[in-house]
Ligand binder design. Structure first.
Ligand SMILES: NC(=O)c1ccc[n+]([C@@H]2O[C@H](COP(=O)([O-])OP(=O)(O)OC[C@H]3O[C@@H](n4cnc5c(N)ncnc54)[C@H](OP(=O)(O)O)[C@@H]3O)[C@@H](O)[C@H]2O)c1
Length: 334
């Protein structure tokens, strides 16, 4: 049956301006890094994407290498665009990235003009799109002159393959240089995508300030610390099927006794406010106005539903913010 999105999809939460640009983004965006690859069930991913859009999530975040296998998340998303989303293309902000290892040889990785532009063309083919809304350099490449990488992002925009340019995983100083280089070319940097959660606050050490000053938005990825900040890890054992149990990007060493203690203290605060730990963690990321959007992952529709409740919930109060800081500081491992 032809997909018809919910008519009420824009009633769920205020959009947030991305830096000083004209673009607004939903508070919660959906990332397709994991759970949408060729090894995953297509119909489950499709149901998650449809539910997201039904609830006003207009921003979908991809990269050339998302899968596994690399490229397969973009292929799956392309099928979803063809089946469901094509009529709503003008309501969507679709991002992709290049800069991690994607194909063999010297041009399948890095920050060269060769890699970035050929990767973007391949991403467009996989997704069946004429353009992406945001094209990111996925991580800095010290072997390539910054001017070349930024020139490639500028060209991506000027050639119509992307509407906006973005950076990801750049440290504060380099981000400031890259933002200035893009501005000098006449392609303002829209957004920086960086890891940020209650368990990873490195962005507070200069990056968020630099972006705020430059008027560049911040997309916070892994706001649940890849699922650590969910109720799953409150039990003594790692539940079967969890990301940590599957091996890969969330190694068991991350779950130290100190982290467990923090999770338990944070969960008590969440419970006292009628929220789940995941909802508290997501609301906390969004309480900093410099954060434009939190890019979450989800493996099931109920997981996503739980997260999306944050869009309409009360923001974190100053009192709760203080309790959270105390919960993180206790034990001295912040
Ligand atoms: N730019 C970059 O370098 C970069 C790097 C990483 C991520 N990202 C972006 O950020 C997106 C999100 O990253 P992430 O997946 O690490 O984000 P996350 O939101 O921190 O973690 C998502 C995972 O948490 C679990 N989860 C979500 N909701 C839950 C709920 N209600 N209850 C219990 N568990 C729940 C699920 O794990 P299970 O699947 O195990 O159930 C889900 O896959 C990516 O898809 C990507 O778009 C970008």
């Amino acid at each position: 049956m032809t997909y018809q999105p919910e008519a009420s999809r824009y009633d769920h939460g205020a959009f947030r301006r991305c830096g000083r640009s004209g673009l607004v983004l939903p508070p919660v965006s959906l990332g397709l890094w994991q759970n949408f690859g060729g090894v995953d069930a297509f119909e489950t991913g499709r149901a998650i994407v449809r539910r997201a859009f039904d609830r006003g999530v207009t921003h979908f975040d991809l990269a050339n290498n998302y899968g596994p296998p690399p490229g397969s998340a973009e292929e799956a998303f392309g099928r979803m665009v063809a089946a469901d989303l094509r009529p709503f293309r003008d309501e969507l902000v679709i991002s992709s990235k290049a800069g991690f290892g994607m194909w063999p040889g010297p041009y399948g990785n890095g920050g060269s003009r060769k890699h970035l532009l050929s990767s973007l063309d391949a991403s467009l083919r996989r997704m069946g799109l004429d353009y992406v809304d945001v094209f990111y350099h996925h991580r800095p490449d010290p072997a390539t002159p910054l001017a070349e990488s930024m020139g490639a992002l500028h060209h991506a925009v000027r050639s119509g393959r992307a509407l906006y340019a973005g950076l990801s995983n750049y440290p504060a100083d380099l981000a400031a240089q890259a933002i200035a280089a893009l501005a000098a070319l006449g392609t303002p940097c829209l957004v920086h995508q960086g890891r940020y959660s209650l368990l990873d606050r490195a962005a507070e050490a200069g990056l968020l300030d630099a972006l705020g000053t430059a008027g560049v938005g911040f997309a916070a990825y892994s706001p649940l610390a890849q699922e650590l900040l969910t109720d799953k890890y409150l039990q003594s054992d790692v539940p079967p099927g969890a990301r940590m149990a599957r091996g890969g990007t969330l190694p068991a060493e991350r779950l130290t006794d100190a982290v467990r203690a923090k999770l338990s203290r944070l969960a008590s605060i969440a419970q006292s406010r009628g929220r789940s730990l995941a909802q508290l963690a997501l609301a906390w990321v969004l309480h900093d106005p410099r954060v434009t959007t939190a890019v979450v992952g989800a493996r099931t529709v109920p997981q996503l539903d739980e997260l999306l409740q944050v869009m309409a919930a009360d923001p974190i109060s100053p009192e709760d913010s203080k309790r959270i800081e105390d919960a993180l500081a206790d034990g001295g491992d912040r």
